[in-house]
Design a protein around this ligand. Structure first.
Ligand SMILES: [Zn+2]
Length: 232
C-alpha cells in the first residue's frame, strides 16, 4: 500500500522571536493523520502547508496530540471546527488537560513560576500565562496506551514517553522505521537532549523516555522543534 510521511512547517511570532514547529502527516490510502497541529491561530498556516501537498484540513481523518502544550494543541479546537468529523487521539493521562476537565498542568506551572519571577520578567511571565489560558480545549475521541497499534502508514505503534508531561506519547512508524518524537527530545547541536528542562514535569521519567526512544530500532527521528536525528 502506498503511503507518505510528510513534515509541515508552522511558524508563529512571539514578541521579537519567531517559533517554528514541524507537525507530521501520516498519509495512506485510507487515513490522513496529523500529528500535533501548531500554535493558537495556526489554522491558516496549516491550511497553506497542507495545500502544498494537495490536502485540506477537511480531508484529515485524525489528529494525534502528543501532549497538551500550546505549540502542539493550540490549533486543535479550530481544526475540529473546520473538520467536525476528525478523530482526536491522545493518551488517557493527557486527555483531561487537553479537554480541560482538569486545569492544564502547564498553566498551573506557569502561574506558580510567575510568583517567583524577578520584576523585569513579570511582564513576559504574565503574557505567557495569558497565552496558555487562551488555549482552547478539545474533546479527545480515543485514548492511546503504550503499545497500541494503528494501521496508519502500514503500522504505527504508540510509545508512552512521559516526563515532559505525564501523558506524553511518541509514535513509531514501524514499516518506515521512523519515530515521531513530539517533545520527548529535541536536538541541540545535532544531539538528542531533554526539551526545556525547566518546564519538564518529571526529569527522571523524561530521561528514561529519551533512552526508550533511542533504544528503538529506528532509522530516523522526526523532532517537532526541528531536525531529523539519525543514529550513527
Ligand atoms: Zn513543544
Amino acid at each position: 500500500m502506498e503511503h507518505k510521511i510528510l513534515r509541515l512547517t508552522i511558524s508563529a511570532q512571539f514578541g521579537n522571536t519567531v517559533d517554528t514547529v514541524y507537525p507530521t502527516i501520516l498519509w495512506d490510502e485510507e487515513n490522513t493523520v496529523l500529528v500535533d497541529c501548531g500554535f493558537i491561530g495556526s489554522l491558516p498556516a496549516l491550511e497553506k502547508e497542507l495545500a502544498q501537498h494537495g490536502l485540506t484540513v477537511k480531508q484529515l481523518t485524525g489528529l494525534v496530540l502528543t501532549h497538551h502544550d500550546h505549540d502542539h494543541m493550540g490549533a486543535a479546537a479550530a481544526v475540529k471546527r473546520a473538520n467536525p468529523g476528525i478523530r482526536i487521539y491522545a493518551s488517557k493521562a493527557e486527555a483531561p488537560y487537553i479537554s480541560a476537565q482538569e486545569k492544564p498542568l502547564r498553566l498551573k506551572q506557569a502561574e506558580e513560576m510567575q510568583k517567583t519571577l524577578p520584576p523585569e520578567q513579570q511582564d513576559f511571565g504574565r503574557a505567557f500565562c495569558d497565552m496558555l489560558s487562551r488555549v482552547e480545549p478539545v474533546f479527545v475521541d480515543e485514548f492511546f496506551s503504550d503499545g497500541d497499534k494503528m494501521p496508519w502508514c502500514g503500522g504505527c505503534r504508540v510509545i508512552a514517553t512521559p516526563g515532559h508531561t505525564p501523558g506524553h506519547i511518541s509514535l513509531f512508524v514501524e514499516k518506515d522505521s521512523i519515530v515521531i518524537t513530539g517533545d520527548a527530545f529535541v536536538l541541540e547541536d545535532g544531539r538528542p537532549v531533554i526539551a526545556n528542562p525547566q518546564f519538564t514535569l518529571d526529569m527522571t521519567e523524561a530521561e528514561s523516555s529519551l533512552n526508550k526512544l533511542l533504544s528503538l530500532n529506528a532509522k530516523a527521528y522526526y523532532c517537532y522543534h526541528g531536525g531529523v536525528y539519525t543514529k550513527a
